[in-house]
Design a protein around this ligand. Sequence first.
Ligand code: MBD
Ligand code: FE
Length: 304
Amino acid sequence: MAEFTQEQLLELVNTSQVAAGNPRVRQVAQRVVSDLFRAIDDLDVSPDEFWAGVNWLARLGASGQMGLITAGLGFDRLLDIREDEADAKAGRAAGTPRAIEGPLYIAGAPLSEREVRVDEAPQRGEVLVMEGRVLDTDGRPVAGALVDVWHANEKGRYSHFDPDQKDFALRRKIRTGADGSYRFRSFVPPGYAIPPNSPTSELFSALGRHGNRPAHIHFLVAAEGQRTLTTQVNIPGDTFLDDDFAFATRDGLVVTLEPNTAPAGYESLDVREPFTRVRFDFVMQKASSDDEARPAARMERVAA
Ligand code: MBD
Ligand code: FE
């Protein structure tokens, strides 16, 4: 009764049940456990190897780096590819390409109407003004869209995850005007590198991989009746543009940096010197359900 082969044990683990539970959770858990049992046997994983893996997962969870690992092992991009495929199949592939949210979004950034300075004086790096409109797939402006923007500081670090930065530093929300327009001032950010001496860097060095992302700016764009758009734009010329550790860069999202020597018209953003201008319109798909239009980031969506 209590002596099992591997197969009998797996069957017991997967079928034991005293209540209905959640059928979908049962289905996914059964599959994952089955695949892991098989991997342990196929690869002859030793007890020390197994417990080293569990120890690493425990430290990973405690470090708050789960989202770095999902990105670095390609899961975040996989979900985007699958959504793109579903859109193509449904004949609704359109608008600005989606790009992964990443693990560094924080909800609740300060809201401004139409424009904002995202950074704070003193200026760090090249002055950047990014501007454009939020449009629907028919080219009509989306008024009152909420454009959440966040990016790394001059050291490649994100506020909230960095004790040296103020709350919501380099995180802002902009509501588009009647013509769908938005604009903001900041600086051209550098790339990002995973923290050294961390569970993530431990795995990446064991895999012989680097943990760099090319310079980028994140956006979460939400508007009534439109499908919430999560995307990023990339700064051209970065060494890691085609070698992103998170596999997240995409055609159509590498912006053009335009040198602009005439700051007239940008006084409200305190721009008084030559600056780098980026023009970019966000094009949103029409939402096919209220759920698709929820103005929520990935963890807000699934929070109990
Ligand atoms: C980032 O800045 C990022 O955007 C992602 C996806 C993963 C790690 C750091
Ligand atoms: Fe990022």
